[in-house]
Design a protein around this ligand. Structure first.
Ligand code: HEM
Length: 131
């Protein structure tokens, strides 16, 4: 039974389930596992804070995702297809678990941030400006 996103626990479930999909994914999993070699103990709480802040304005996330993804893209140039896959997996996870206003907002906000990232990172990459 799908429910509304209401609590920190809901956010944690969403993020955990999302990354279960990501790390097994044939097109973007390796970026997390092999390129960035993500320390999950460190990364997951950051992502809980990020999405909690996005939906509930808790002020719990402080950071610079644009710079971090630019850094990743210097090691492995991120493509439109990578971003599309990220977006699909994220929206699928939200829809599998949740329904309602915050669920729609989560997808909408993630997609708009992804669009900004694509503009900044893919353009910079194409122009050779990120090296
Ligand atoms: C091609 C798509 C993407 C890939 C491959 C990707 C990959 C990664 C990786 C490898 C990290 C670093 C984890 C670490 O070492 O700690 C990261 C961090 C992060 N990503 Fe992404 N990402 C993508 C898209 C997005 C999008 C669309 C969003 C937002 C809607 C996002 C939000 C974040 C945030 C908030 C962090 C943590 C930043 C921090 O440490 O402050 N990512 N991502």
């Amino acid at each position: 039974m799908r429910k509304e996103i209401e609590t920190r626990e809901d956010i944690e479930l969403l993020v955990n389930r999302f990354y279960e999909k990501v790390i097994q994914d044939g097109s973007i999993g390796f970026i997390f596992n092999d390129v960035a070699k993500v320390n999950w103990e460190k990364h997951l709480p950051i992502m809980y804070n990020f999405f909690e802040n996005l939906l509930f304005y808790t002020g719990s996330y402080v950071g610079n995702p644009m710079e971090l993804h630019r850094h990743i893209s210097r090691k492995l140039p991120l493509t439109n297809e990578h971003f599309q896959r990220w977006e699909t997996l994220f929206c699928q996870t939200v829809d599998e678990l949740f329904t309602g206003e915050k669920a729609e907002l989560a997808k909408q906000r993630a997609l708009s941030i992804s669009t900004v990232m694509k503009i900044k990172i893919l353009d910079a990459s194409a122009a050779g400006r990120i090296f």
